[in-house]
Design a protein around this ligand. Structure first.
Ligand SMILES: [Zn+2]
Length: 164
């Protein structure tokens, strides 16, 4: 993805107040982010552990979504699937995130929920955590296909948040 500056990120949020956007803690190591390996910047707020953020480029403009993780986690003994990158992990590593919808819908309390990797590192997982049944295939085909699927699912999710 194209790089984002701190001010672009803070101005990008579509579903939280200016105060919340200003108060968001940027990811650790923000200045060393390898943008080429990301489809979106996703991170948890180090100072507000239930908060998470997803920022991506959509039609040449940065769109940021503030998320809130459920305060209960699934059991580490069960497995769960992230609905963005479709990696299967232990239940404790997948979280139900809720995003307030943008605009009036959000002000009326409407939210969109999605099960996503708790660390919001789906971009890394689609590139490096190739499931066993795909490992004998050409990585030059598998990875781009997984990246395209992630981007498509993310776009659908963001579309639900933005839908008026
Ligand atoms: Zn994921």
């Amino acid at each position: 993805m194209n790089p984002l500056t701190e001010s672009q990120i803070r101005r990008s949020f579509v579903n939280c107040s200016r105060g919340e956007a200003a108060g968001a803690t940027l990811p650790a190591g923000f200045h060393d982010v390898l943008w080429d390996d990301l489809d979106f910047l996703g991170w948890r707020d180090a100072k507000a552990p239930l908060r998470g953020y997803v920022v991506l480029w959509r039609e040449d403009r940065p769109v940021g979504i503030a998320l809130r993780a459920a305060d209960t986690t699934m059991s580490a003994r069960t497995s769960a699937m992230c609905l963005l990158c479709e990696s299967t992990q232990s239940g404790a590593e997948v979280s139900l995130f809720t995003a307030r919808r943008a605009g009036e819908a959000g002000r009326n309390g409407n939210t969109v929920g999605q099960y996503v990797c708790a660390d919001l590192a789906c971009s890394r997982r689609v590139r490096s955590d190739i499931p066993p049944w795909l490992r004998d295939r050409d990585p030059g085909e598998v990875v781009p296909a997984r990246v395209a699927e992630l981007r498509r699912r993310l776009d659908t999710f963001v579309g639900h948040v933005l839908r008026p």
